[in-house]
Design a protein around this ligand. Sequence first.
Ligand SMILES: *Cc1c(COP(=O)(O)O)cnc(C)c1O
Length: 498
Amino acid sequence: MEKENHRNSPIAINKEDFREIGYRLIDTLSNFYETINERPVTIGETPKQIQAILGNASMPENGTSVSELVIKTTDLLLNHSLLNGHPKFFGYITSSPTQIGALADLLAAAINPNVGANILSPMATSIEKQTVKWLAEFIGVSPNYGGLLVSGGNMANFTGFLAARTAKAPKSIKEEGLANASGEMVFYCSKATHTWIEKAAVLFGHGTKAIRWIPTLADNTMNTDILEKTIMDDEQQGKNPFLVIGNAGDVSTGVVDNLSKIASICKAHNLWFHIDGAYGVPAAAIPQYKELFDGIQEADSIALDPHKWLYAPLEAGCTLVKNPQHLIDTYSAHPVYYNFDSSADEPSLNYYEYGFQNSRGFRALKVWMALQQAGKNGYIKMIHEDIELAQQLFEEAQKHEELEAVTQNLSITALRYIPLNYVREEGMDETYLNTLNEKLLNELQQHGEVFLSNAVVEDKYCLRACIVNFRTSKNDIREVVEIIVREGRKVYEKLQKR
Ligand SMILES: *Cc1c(COP(=O)(O)O)cnc(C)c1O
């Protein structure tokens, strides 16, 4: 019977059902985490097979039982997903997700604060502010950096890119647009920079020709001599340089640019210094690696991805800005329909003024809770161990006569398979080896025992392992070496038979 003060909404769940279904889901997920290493990383179903399982019914006319719906959906996802929480998942830069993150997302969704405005999210706004401060402290920059959580590395870099432009462009750019800039606005990054920079150039009206791709040295870091020379050439030609991007862990091989050198060039030429640390910057917290990141305190802005090396479930990126006023200058607007400014002596922090989004979810919670669960030392331990596992993989490849260890930086190792009786060095058919390793990668990805991705290093097609995975053990690495060699032999034989 419907009580008079209760509306019978088709989407509401009563207390008993919510409780029972919720407990059952948590039970299922506990078992899932417990046995994840016994499952394949992926069963390699094709989109067609997946479509057949899902069916192509139209949207249902009428509702369905919540209990059945949750059971059915859990089955679809548990049994037909690629499991990046698997201890042998090392693909791209996608981390194993924390369980605390799953609980935090549930809690955040249940309370549903809109973290666009302080008045709509008093506690959540303060928690996000604290998360941003903790992230700054963790990577070793001043806690006075401000910023916000965003959906990922692309958005974190975009957010910094536009803050840089506002800071360095003529003040009238907001009204006049780019056309009014006193010369073409150009920006600098190494060849190893992630594709976000091309998206930014296209989306924000500069065009890809405004990107100055600086060559890299043999160690894959930006050639800073060429950087400085290119800036001076542009200045002489009346261009308007405004931004240099340094990589702190490039996406392909994990190399950290010479950040202090880039910082001093930026200072000398009055340019904004942005660090793309989406993947690698958490390694700056490790005492043994701190030096590698020297110069990080000079950055005007930094992008980092808690959904990579801090193991947050997707999505969580973060932009840190040395002087957060640049974010407000870039993103703030004051429409008449907002009544958000509480009092003049204590202006409230409204995150809609800090970035692209207006209504915003509570991404910060899963990061904030995980940082506390593990603590600074816990995170240092996990990140350091990931690096050691990548080193172990590199060393085992060096020792193995059928493997070539190619690069290892931070927690990324690139290697390739070379058949035993294959003539090394002299007369090595690189094209053939590239084909062989590409086929091997495809086999491995389909097979589901291990998930690797690829890197192309000096024209060598490599298998690439990026370990941002707190579930991986030394034994997993040993087994992965065996799997690569075993499957490598098979692919080699197959290629010969043709
Ligand atoms: C992953 C990555 C990005 C892109 O981040 P998303 O979260 O995938 O948007 C950008 N730069 C670097 C260096 C990265 O590693």
